[in-house]
Design a protein around this ligand. Structure first.
Ligand code: B3K
Ligand code: ZN
Length: 871
């Protein structure tokens, strides 16, 4: 192997650190090109893994001096992103390192950088090493005292973790603040912010009566967009007390919104830093999705205070310890506050659209990865979302009470420690006196299991049997697979749609069957007529289900299942089955079966008659599975057929529902209020407009929504018009741009819509937007707003047989490789799946991957993915 190639790290090589840093005092003098950082650390040798050299991590730092116990120290060398210090004292010692760094030229947005003139940091996973030389690993936990010095007029707010213990004036217009964090933490939770902000203040009294100051820092002029995030924070604090008995622990909780940010947000202790897109909202400029997303991300970062910060990860392979668990917690938060069914639908869409694809491609990895080149590449849907599904399965198996007992024991054992996923599972097992050894294999096995379901009804014996078989195929990273413990929640419905009692061996049976062997049969007794089985109710395990269930049974579930989620799920599988059959049969005129159309019609009819409880669920029931979800049914994606069939089915639905949908838009009116009921109406109106645009009707209504509707319906109308290539689409897009040109976050929505344009010339029109005044290659929000939808949600243009779409992505990745490797690495995903396309497309996708591979300065981030994809 070429020695210049980035090296992989392995979970199996974990060793404890040779030294600990108990406390560190940072003195940081901010300057755009030359920030001075003095780090004074108290260093103690770790007798468990002794070494006579102290090896510190550091990237892009200019070293000024190394001082040990007050004496200049010269026994060190700087090599490839490390500082190796030798001739160390035998006793604990004080190490003072002075370095310079350059926030202004740091376009990676990792470490210390400038966002629109404000200093901010992003240290997870390994960004602290861009600020100072340090033991930048999560099992080194220190207490921090931070002094920040900056120009007072330009940077009136100087923030860091913990509590402010001092502040004052210095000469030359400068001032300083000193922050102390009483909780020991790993370096990835360090944060610093300096800038000029508007502040929204509030207060929260915790369950034990402590008062916590809440502060939300936003760019000047944005205060009107802060209240929703503040309300979400208060809801999250209250919810975590009520459901998990967890209370906040510092005197202040700060959130800062910045516009230049690689991800959604970051849970730094006491000082969360957020992408402005995930904080700022008001009723005029934001969609219902935005409001929901903000609530869930504010909750997520808050919940990390216990699951992540108080108990953190021993090493980065354990990332799911905090992320899977915290996603589970934020999903529960959103479900307790809003609609459980819709939250479940959202979560399952992420699994089926993105996670299954990841598990089927070259980046497949277990939720606890075993081999990593660039850690930032592992903040994945597998670690986060499949990780949350694994936690959810534990919850399903142990029940709420058992799960909470496990959480309690986990905190009793590990508060203040850096631990492993095994520690978490042990706490769950011990608190419930159960053996979870077999279950724990979910942490080490990648790939999506398939569960085959066979049903048999015996009318004489009045028994109904379900035979479940688990099948595991080798994934890109792992050939040997083992059987897993799979919870299979079921419901049996009679022909009236009523749920039946479950009796096995004469005893009432749990509705959660446990499949742990290769094949098991479960036989239910006292079943007088053949029932309809709802299997994997609420997606009780992250698996693909193969069940040759007749269409009529699936539609029976759509009508009658107790779980609203399962109604939607059955509808999705019925529609998927129709798409797959049309493609397999190669019908020249694919036709949706009449029974499917009738089911859709009856759903709209009962909606109009006021018999459907949740209109947002109706909107979901009317919508075809996404292109990516449908693609998951094929090993080789029949691109052109899939596009043809879905377009044809959408048109058939539109034609047959046209009159009913016109009635829908005439009956339901958007009152522009922020509550679930109003949001549900908007979801239904958007689903209706999407179909109506396909049959070129209700144009006036759509134009009026685009111009005067709420942000949700305006975007719904525009999306409907753009994807139907409606004659008014471009005129309305231009009008929208004029109206919102001063609001960057709304302009991102406009970029989203532009990226969905169809037809000849669409790709050119999209790339011309690189020159738009609002577009910037340095800002991940702008890049993602344009290239995200183009590459992920516009298959017709991106996968055009000319390969022009792939070329556009290749060009963008080459540019971003220099500017911001993390953003590049997120955008490359569609190219990684090249093996799933036809030979012509394969060749063109590979050509782009090879272009990247040949770059002399290919980042670790892209290297890891390109290398795996081409292996
Ligand atoms: N923990 C951060 C993500 C950090 C990503 C580093 N590339 C946000 C979150 O999951 O809450
Ligand atoms: Zn998280």
């Amino acid at each position: 192997m070429n020695s210049n190639q980035p090296q992989a790290q392995y979970l199996s090589d974990y060793l404890p650190p040779s030294f600990f840093i108990d406390s560190v005092a940072l003195h940081i003098e901010l300057a755009p090109l030359n920030t001075k950082v003095v780090a004074r650390s108290q260093v103690v040798a770790n007798q468990q893994n002794p070494s006579d050299q102290l090896v510190l991590d550091g990237i892009n730092l200019e070293l000024q001096s190394v001082v040990i116990n007050g004496q200049q120290h010269l026994a060190y060398k700087e090599v490839a992103q490390q500082l190796i210090i030798s001739d160390l004292p035998n006793e604990p010692f004080e190490l003072e390192i002075t370095t310079h760094c350059s926030p202004q030229t740091n376009t990676s947005l990792e470490g210390l950088y400038l966002s629109d003139g404000a200093y901010c940091t992003q240290c997870e996973a390994q960004g602290f090493r861009k600020i100072t030389y340090f033991l930048d690993r999560p099992d080194v936990m220190a207490s921090y005292t931070v002094t920040i010095v900056a120009d007072k007029a330009q940077f009136p707010h100087l923030l860091s973790n913990g509590n402010k213990i001092e502040q004052g004036e210095l000469g030359g217009g400068k001032h300083y603040a000193v922050w102390e964090d009483p909780f020991k933490k790993p370096s990835y939770l360090f944060a610093l912010v300096a800038g000029d902000f508007d502040v929204l203040r509030d207060q929260y009294t915790t369950m034990s009566g402590r008062k916590v100051a809440l502060e939300l820092y936003v760019d000047k002029g944005n205060l009107s967009k802060a209240p929703h995030a503040m309300a979400s924070l208060i809801n999250a604090m209250k919810w975590d007390e009520e459901r998990f008995n967890l209370e906040y622990d510092l005197d202040v909780y700060m959130i800062v919104a910045v516009d230049f940010f690689n991800m959604g947000a970051m849970e730094n202790k006491g000082l969360n830093i957020f992408n402005s897109k995930c904080v700022l909202a008001n009723e005029e400029t934001s969609t219902d999705r935005d409001f929901h997303l903000i609530e869930s991300i504010v909750g997520h970062e808050y919940f990390h205070n216990w699951t992540g910060n108080r108990v953190t990860c021993r090493d980065w392979f354990q990332l799911s310890l905090k992320e899977g668990l915290t996603v589970f917690r934020d999903q529960e938060f959103s479900s307790d506050l809003g609609s459980r069914a819709l939250n479940r639908i959202d979560a399952v869409k992420v699994m089926r659209t993105h996670q299954f694809a990841e598990d089927a491609g070259p980046m497949a990895h277990p939720i606890r990865p075993e081999k990593v080149i660039e850690m930032n590449n592992f903040y994945t849907v597998t670690v986060y979302d499949k990780g949350a599904e694994v936690i959810r399965m534990l919850h399903t198996l142990l029940g709420e009470e058992g799960f909470q007992l496990g959480m309690k024991l986990y905190f009793e054992r590990h508060d203040g420690q850096a631990v492993t996923c095994d520690d978490f599972v042990s706490a769950m097992a011990d608190a419930n006196a159960v053996d979870l050894t077999h279950f724990a294999k979910w942490y080490s096995q990648s790939g999506t299991p398939v569960v085959q379901v066979a049903q048999k009804y015996n009318s004489e014996a009045q028994t109904y049997s379900l035979t479940l078989t688990q099948v595991h195929t080798p994934s890109g990273d792992q050939t040997n697979k083992e059987n897993l413990v799979i919870p299979v929640a079921i419901e049996l419905l009679n022909d009236q749609g009523e749920p039946l009692s479950l009796i096995i061996d004469g005893q009432p049976a749990s509705k959660v069957l446990q499949l742990s062997e290769s094949t098991q049969t479960f036989t239910f007794e006292g079943i007088v007529t053949k029932p309809v089985a709802v299997v994997f109710e609420d997606f009780s395990a992250p698996v693909k289900v193969e069940f040759d269930q007749p269409l009529s049974e699936q539609l029976h579930i759509v009508k009658h299942a107790s779980s609203e989620f399962s109604r939607w799920d059955a509808q999705q599988s019925a529609l998927t089955q129709c798409v797959v059959e049309a493609i397999t049969k190669q019908s020249s005129e694919p036709t949706l079966p009449a029974s499917v159309i009738e089911t859709l019609q009856s759903i709209v009819k009962s909606t109009l008659e006021g018999q459907e409880q949740d209109l947002a669920l109706v909107a979901e029931l009317l919508t075809l599975p996404s292109f990516d979800t449908l693609s998951a049914s094929f090993t080789h994606i029949p691109m052109d057929d899939l596009i043809k069939v879905t377009q044809s089915f959408e048109l058939q639905i539109a034609t047959s529902l046209e009159q009913a949908l016109i009635q829908v838009i005439e009956t339901f009116v958007d009152d522009k209020q922020q509550n679930h009921q109003s949001a549900a109406i908007r979801a239904l109106l958007n689903a209706s407009m999407y179909y109506l645009a396909k049959v070129n009707t209700a144009s006036d209504y759509m134009v009026s929504q685009a111009q005067t509707g709420s942000m949700t319906t305006a975007l719904g109308a525009l999306k409907a018009m753009v994807s139907a290539q409606h004659s008014e689409a471009l005129v309305q897009l231009n009008a929208f741009e004029k109206r919102w040109q001063d609001d960057v976050l709304v302009m991102d929505k406009w970029f989203n819509l532009q990226a969905l344009r169809q037809g000849d010339g669409a790709l050119n029109a999209i790339t011309e937007l690189y020159e738009h005044a609002h577009f910037s290659w340095n800002n991940p929000n702008r890049v993602r707003a344009l290239l995200g939808p183009l590459t992920m949600s516009n298959p017709l243009v991106f996968h055009h047989h000319s390969g022009a779409g792939y070329q556009v992505l290749g060009d963008a990745l080459i540019k971003l490789n220099d500017i911001n490797p993390q953003t590049a690495s997120r955008l490359i995903t569609p190219l990684l799946a090249w093996k799933r396309y036809d030979t012509n497309r394969q060749k063109m996708m590979v050509a782009q991957l090879k272009r990247l591979q040949s770059l002399p300065n290919l980042s670790k981030d892209l290297f890891e993915k390109v290398d795996k994809a081409l292996a």
